[in-house]
Design a binder for this molecule. Structure first.
Ligand code: MRU
Length: 356
């Protein structure tokens, strides 16, 4: 998608270097960062220079390519894979991508391993783009249906950033929105700010602006009253891990939005590529939920009147803060799941029909 009119992907490989858009700098600065070692890739995931479930998976895949370039030795590769998997615990795509790479590379001769690793990492990215595009085409039907009834702007609420910046291109939750916009359907997005890291304000609103899509940032607690007033036609979010029974783990705050949507008969959709499905965990209580440093709550970045980016403390110095990063929305609150293969009920049966 576009930034200042120029097409970008979120990650690419060039001259043995992985290039990323440093998302900790957005929206005030646009910085392309070089990752030269597997440690750089692991840190980029930890520090959230790259974030979003599909993108951290792709970064980990390229991280293994960097590991091979640094030291073409099996034990270094194994250790690098372990470090990458543990760099963030909740999004299943990370382990999915590392496992896929490691199984592709298993038993491969050291003179061929680099070429195969590079081509598999590229393939993970190409596949994600195709899947996200298909999610968009499938989700477009839902937006079209609402528009055909309403004959007026479709108001869509989203939480966090499940946009193209969270994937390689298109996004998951935003892909149907981009497709609707390209088709000339008038859409307007309510972007939840998404405290504490403000992915909704800093990333979703930013990327929608760059594509010319109308949007309004709202404080995280505003969705409820908007739904009561009939100002939300549908909600659509992404996910970091979806269980085979349709329970959805996504950025903290998603659950409360789903409850409000349920109470107000607003349809609540979750858009996901199949790489986000965890077929093993049966009970959502077993999903590892990331808890991040509380400084992410008590400090905020902003830009002063001279254009300088500043970090300021916003809480009392003596106060304790807690920063749980994800929550779970039980399947009963999810209207449907939108995948690359089609739309299904958020249930074991629904998912099984699409993914035999
Ligand atoms: O902590 P983040 O910013 O990595 O969390 C991202 C989300 O929660 C997204 O909604 C999710 O990864 C889906 S991305 C297509």
């Amino acid at each position: 998608m576009k930034i200042e009119g120029k097409e970008y992907r979120t990650i690419w490989f060039e001259n043995n270097v992985v290039k990323i858009i440093d998302q900790t700098k957005l929206p005030h600065q646009f910085v392309i960062k070089d990752l030269k070692t597997v440690r750089d890739a692991t840190n980029a995931i930890k520090l959230m220079e790259v974030r979003g479930a599909p993108l951290i998976g792709a970064t980990a895949a390229y991280g293994l390519v960097l590991a091979i370039l640094e030291n073409n030795d099996q034990s270094f590769l194994n250790k690098s894979a372990e470090n990458l998997i543990s760099s963030r615990p909740t999004a299943i795509n990370l382990k999915w991508a590392v496992d896929r790479m490691m199984s592709k590379l298993s038993g491969v001769n050291s003179d061929k391993i680099l070429e195969i690793a590079q081509s598999e990492a590229n393939e993970i990215c190409e596949e994600d783009i195709k899947f996200c595009e298909n999610i968009g085409l499938n989700g477009l039907k839902i937006i079209e249906e609402i528009y055909n009834k309403k004959k007026d702007t479709v108001n869509i609420l989203t939480h966090c950033n499940a946009g193209w910046l969270a994937t390689i291109n298109w996004g998951t939750a935003t892909s149907p929105i981009y497709h609707a916009h390209k088709k000339g359907i008038p859409v307007h997005v309510w972007a939840d700010e998404t405290r504490p890291r403000n992915q909704g304000a800093n990333l979703t609103s930013y990327e929608l602006n760059e594509e010319g899509i109308k949007n309004t940032i709202i404080a995280d607690n505003t969705g409820g009253i908007l739904m009561q007033r009939g100002e939300v036609d549908m909600c659509i979010v992404g996910t970091d891990r979806t269980l085979a029974n349709g329970d959805v783990c996504n950025k903290v705050g998603t659950y409360l939005k789903a409850l409000a949507a349920y109470d107000n008969n607003v349809p609540f959709y979750v858009a996901l590529p199949s790489s986000t499905i965890d077929w093993n965990i049966k009970n959502f209580k077993d999903i590892p939920i990331e808890e991040r440093n509380s400084n992410e709550l008590s400090f905020m970045d902003g830009i002063d009147k001279d254009g300088n980016v500043k970090k300021i403390q916003i809480y009392p110095k003596k106060s304790k803060a807690m920063n749980i990063a994800f929550d779970i929305t039980p399947a009963k609150y999810v209207t449907s799941i939108i995948t690359e293969r089609g739309i299904c009920e958020a249930s074991q049966d629904g998912l099984k029909k699409l993914f035999k």
